[in-house]
Design a protein around this ligand. Structure first.
Ligand code: GRF
Length: 227
């Protein structure tokens, strides 16, 4: 039996690379529809580089500081991606803004993970802002990339209850664990064609079952049992 061709994925990182790690681990499953074929870091000292190398994933360092303009950097990225026959991109803690042309070229072929329930808390310091705003549910989002920062059709989200006494670090740690679960799942859905974009919306081709709402703070036991 011939093996189905796996979608060739490039992962863009700038630092720790724990989401990249989650994608690499998930892609080890024989039936996972995507292969992590290239990791690109714009920072030569990004911690994630080591893990990718240990897992025999080709790594390329394209240091943004060696380019005069954003366009030149984007061009170098595109060349590396073309050379490796990359079909789909996953930004995983990638800290560079990409130019309009690059983003358009990868339209509906580039995912990003953001540590908030978008459209809330776009940008930086999401956990700090979530705590300042006193929201009761935080979370994370995987979305297709658009030129406007943290915009684009949403593929998956995870809701994480905020706990009394949370600091940006404690909340961030729990959200990160959820990130590591939703990113591989979102990539699986996109790479397998289980989700598609129609207009600016996501269409699921598989059936979804009803789920319990998440209450934060949790309901009192007797309230939770009320039909
Ligand atoms: C994650 O919280 C991700 O949501 C955000 O940057 C962080 C990257 O962490 N975009 P890592 O490099 O994947 O560990």
């Amino acid at each position: 039996m011939s093996k189905a061709k796996k979608t060739q994925v490039g992962v863009l990182i700038s630092g720790r690379g724990s989401n990249m790690q989650a994608l690499i681990e998930a892609a080890k499953a024989p039936d996972y529809p995507a292969e992590i074929a290239l990791v690109i870091s714009n920072r030569p000292k990004a911690k994630g580089i080591e893990f990718a190398k240990e897992n025999n994933i080709p790594v390329q360092i394209i240091d943004h500081k060696s380019f005069e303009t954003r366009d030149e950097f984007d061009k170098a990225l595109n060349e590396a991606l073309a050379k490796a026959n990359i079909e789909l991109l996953c930004n995983a803690g990638f800290k560079r803004l990409l130019g309009k042309e690059f983003v358009e070229k990868w339209r509906n072929k580039q995912l990003n993970i953001h540590p908030s329930l978008l459209p809330a808390f776009k940008g930086l310091n999401t956990h700090e802002r979530a705590l300042d705003t006193d929201v009761k549910i935080a979370g994370c989002t995987v979305h297709f990339v658009r030129f406007e920062m943290d915009e684009g059709p949403i593929v998956a989200q995870a809701a994480v209850p905020v706990l009394q006494g949370d600091t940006p670090e404690t909340l961030g740690d729990r959200v990160l664990k959820a990130e590591h679960q939703i990113y591989p799942e979102a990539l699986r859905k996109v790479a397998s064609g289980e989700v598609k974009i129609a207009g600016e919306r996501l269409v699921e081709t598989s059936n979804q079952s009803e789920q319990e709402p998440l209450f934060s703070p949790p309901l009192e036991k007797n309230q939770a049992e009320t039909p």
